[in-house]
Design a protein around this ligand. Structure first.
Ligand SMILES: [Zn+2]
Length: 853
């Protein structure tokens, strides 16, 4: 019983048998509020007459199947999400008439009614295998085809797909039909349909290869927040950069970007029809890191138009390459073509950390995973795919050089345009362009899992000069690969400043290749030991770094005096790694953050590092230190908030973090006073988002009372509903907790984004007693949650609903017993295993912290 699974072998067999000529997809969106009519006409050839194969269609009510004019009984041919097709001719025409169901999980064709004005919005989301929830497909990336969509919808709607939008034909009765022209050749997973009462604006990009129409779309209730000028500016900058860097014209006819509600991910690279989560059109003040990230998302999807959409992986084995490349390309373009010129620092402070974390989980896997079926893709599609992959591509660029890298890419786009390829095709293009052998490199970096640690080893003479220097490389015993790294080594000294302080200035930096367990660095012998010696200066490689004793002392006293933002990011990262590895006490890390974060200037540094410290306070502090350190953290944030420059990102971040840290009566009073306008900080606007954050802080303390309902009455938007649901879930109240549990783990009908808000809010620290019964309930639910909630919502519930906050040896024992006997599928077990690994790490960190003074 394949269920909705599909194996690589089945896909290979089908691709060897078939070529797809065309799809014609007729959709009627006017039939009901729960279902829509879907008729697919699929023309394809078979290399073997008389052979059998199958088409894919999930969860449909199939009325009629016709193959080559022969009627097939759906009752026998449609089972288990597949339509059996026998006795194929050389040329075939398959017609399937069905009703399909709108989703509320963000998978397939999602339907949303805006509570602000009751308008209806639909959008599709198909990656990895969900086009088959909307029409009949051969659901695999290497059976590319052209697609003709004919869509019947209410006449006042906008209807957008991959091909340019036609003028609709009125059908009477308030309906119209949009007969789209055929698309370019593409894979099913990047086809798309967006329809509803969307607001539309049109601009153009005039480039060296011609004009590209640029559409932007959003809900009517968000029109005020569509910052069109900025979005168009970024989009134009992206096209100018990529058309030049890739030396290949944009491969589709137009470029629409549609900001859609209740979206699961950041965005999706549907060819010429990119969907993005509409939280990217914020109604309240956001820090610069938000805009830096939004810019990276816009450029990431644009890079996919070439890498992914024009040239597509044969099978999901190369999904990592698709994503890693788009990640690398978006940060590269951001630096080269936008105002966010230090976004590699932001990458180091935020995104890259998620890769390090994922790679130290028991569930880690090689970047190039063996995705033998769709279930394996579910297990292997994570931050290894994105963050580690992009970091390793950055290392590859350092290894071969940027120009040869780009030259190889250009050839690759020309050779495989509108077709499919495998990683080895890219590798040989890069080998030709760079003249470097890359097979060995690919083996050690892509086909093995785990992160290396680099540490300095040296001896000094009486004058404090190095008499020997080497870089030691190590690896976790479970993932023992040592790799070749190209790294910088920076020597930083404290220098006096005009105002009587000091600053850390780079004296010099050397670039070297590290190989094996120990690499001698003769270039440093005879040099005076610096105040701070920084391995992986410039962040070229992907590795954890360690600091020698003197450097660590320098960092603790003067991290914020480091001038270079990327060097600071590496120091923050090293300190956080050491805390997570129980080598630095959580108390010391929290004090490091309190002492230095007020001067941090990197956009991501300012907003992300306080979240690491908050985690250290609540999860990694020894129980006997926790109350005192929580109070120190709360008070420290209050002081930072007071001292922050009016209107700065730091001020906004400290206000948000303070709301999350508030425990004492005084702090709770502050939150109330901020909400009621009795306390204010110059330049800090208590806007709608911040109001909800403050209410969340009150709710967590059981002090929100009637405020949640009152705020929702004043803000009856989907964001308001989601924030209210989160605030209710946070309350230390048995009834509220039970209601949140039902919505998150039991009721499969909770809309996806509301569901996510509740799960994230469910288990704050400091509510141990009320949360304890939910350990058993979580594990029991985890047995069957995957099927009950579906892939996306189940993964959210299992990952973020794991009771990490109750870290204890008893919890570990319960989880171990569950792992022994559960019938849960590997994709579900993986999240429980990861939660367990976090808890084990927290307990080790707590023991380390217990030794701190
Ligand atoms: Zn992507």
């Amino acid at each position: 019983m394949p269920g909705t699974n599909l194996t690589r072998e089945e896909a290979q067999t089908r691709a060897a048998l078939l070529d797809v000529q065309s799809y014609t997809v007729d959709l009627d969106l006017t039939t009901s509020e729960t279902t829509f009519a879907s008729t697919t006409t699929l023309r394809f050839t078979s290399r073997e007459v008389g052979a059998s194969t199958f088409a894919d269609l999930v969860g449909a009510d199939v009325h009629e199947i016709t193959l080559n004019g022969r009627s097939i009984d759906p009752a026998t041919a449609y089972a288990d999400s597949r339509i059996q097709l026998d006795d194929l001719a050389a040329e075939n025409e398959l017609v399937v008439r069905a009703d399909c169901t709108y989703s509320h999980s963000g998978e397939g064709l999602h339907r949303f009614v805006d509570p602000a004005d009751d308008r209806v919005y639909l959008y599709s989301q198909f990656e990895v295998p969900d086009a088959r929830r909307v029409y009949t497909t051969f659901e695999q990336p290497d059976l590319k085809s052209v697609f003709t969509f004919n869509v019947t919808a209410p006449e006042h709607w906008k209807v957008v797909s991959n091909a340019p939008t036609p003028t609709p034909t009125t059908l009477g009765g308030g309906k119209a039909v949009w007969n789209f022209p055929a698309t370019k050749r593409m894979s099913t997973y990047i086809t798309a349909l967006v329809a509803g009462e969307y607001h539309e604006v049109q601009d153009v990009y005039e480039g060296k290869h011609g004009t590209i129409p640029l559409g932007h779309y959003c809900r009517q209730s968000l029109v005020d927040y569509l910052d069109r000028d900025e979005l168009v500016k970024l989009t134009r900058a992206g096209f100018e950069f990529f058309e030049d860097a890739f030396d290949f014209p944009y491969p589709f006819e137009k470029y629409d970007q549609l900001y859609v509600p209740e979206y699961n991910m950041g965005a999706m690279e549907n060819a010429g029809c990119v969907t993005l989560r509409d939280e990217y059109l914020p109604r309240s003040r956001q820090p610069r890191s938000f805009y830096e990230f939004r810019c990276s998302v816009i450029l990431h999807e644009m890079a996919h138009m070439w890498f992914g959409d024009l040239v597509t992986m044969k099978w999901w084995d190369d999904l990592w390459l698709n994503e890693s490349f788009a990640e690398w390309a978006c940060y590269h373009a951001e630096v080269e073509a936008t105002e966010f010129t230090d976004s590699w620092t932001g990458f180091a402070n935020a995104r890259k950390q998620t890769g390090y974390r994922q790679d130290q989980m028991p569930s880690t896997h090689p970047i190039a995973a063996d995705n033998y079926d769709l279930q394996a893709v579910e297990v292997n599609f994570d931050m290894i795919t994105y963050a580690k992959g992009a970091s390793v591509l950055k290392q590859l660029v350092a290894w071969v050089g940027l120009d040869p890298f780009l030259a190889g890419l250009r050839q690759y786009f020309k050779d495989f345009a509108y077709g499919n390829s495998e990683f080895t095709d890219l590798l040989s293009a890069l080998e030709t362009a760079s003249g470097r052998e890359l097979e060995g490199w690919a083996k050690e970096w892509l086909q093995t899992a785990g992160v290396n640690t680099l540490a300095p080893q040296f001896e000094l003479d009486a004058d404090g000069n190095y008499t020997s220097f080497s870089v030691a490389q190590s690896a976790h015993p479970d993932w023992p690969t040592l790799r070749r790294h190209r790294i910088g080594i920076g020597l930083y000294d404290a220098q006096p400043t005009a105002d009587g302080g000091t600053r850390l200035v780079r004296r010099e930096s050397v670039e070297v290749d590290v190989d094996g367990a120990s690499t001698e660095i003769p270039a440093l012998v005879g040099k005076k030991q610096p105040d701070l010696l920084l391995l992986n200066d410039e962040d070229l490689t992907y590795a954890k770094i360690r600091l020698d004793e003197r450097s660590l002392a320098t960092l603790i006293s003067g991290l914020s005096t480091l001038e270079d933002s990327l060097a600071r990011a590496l120091c923050w990262g090293a300190a956080w790694d050491m805390t997570r590895d129980a080598e630095l006490a959580a108390t010391d890390f929290v004090r490091l953050v309190l002492a230095n974060i007020g001067s941090e200037t990197d956009a991501w540094g300012v907003t992300r590092i306080p979240t690491y410290a908050a985690q250290a306070v609540s999860m990694m502090t020894a129980p006997e230190h926790r109350a005192a350190l929580s109070a120190e953290w709360e008070q420290g944030l209050r002081t930072l908030l007071e001292a922050a420059a009016p209107g700065s990102d730091a001020q906004l971040t400290f206000a948000r973090t303070y709301a999350g840290a508030a425990r004492s009566k005084a702090a709770v009073r502050d939150l109330v006073a901020l909400l009621d306008g009795e306390l204010s900080f110059e330049g800090l606007s208590v806007d709608q988002d911040l109001r909800w954050t403050l209410i969340g802080g009150l709710a967590r303390n059981g002090e929100a009372d009637e405020r949640i309902a009152a705020e929702l009455a004043a803000d009856n938007t989907i964001s308001g509903q989601e924030r209210a649901a989160a605030a209710r879930a946070m309350q230390p109240d048995a009834e509220a907790k039970e209601a949140a549990w039902q919505a998150a783990f039991v009721d499969a009908g909770t809309p996806n984004e509301t569901h996510r808000s509740i799960v994230l809010a469910f288990a704050p620290s400091g509510q141990d007693e009320i949360l304890t019964p939910y350990v058993d309930r979580y594990l029991e639910a985890a047995d069957t949650l995957w099927d009950h909630l579906g892939t996306h919502k189940a993964s959210v519930a299992l990952e973020f609903g794991f009771p990490r906050v109750l870290a204890s040896d008893e919890l570990l024992a319960k989880v171990d017993a569950w792992l022994e006997s559960t019938p849960a599928p590997p994709a579900a077990k993986r999240y429980v295993l990861e939660g367990r690994a976090d808890v084990a790490r927290f307990l080790a960190a707590q023991r380390r912290d217990a030794q701190a003074g």
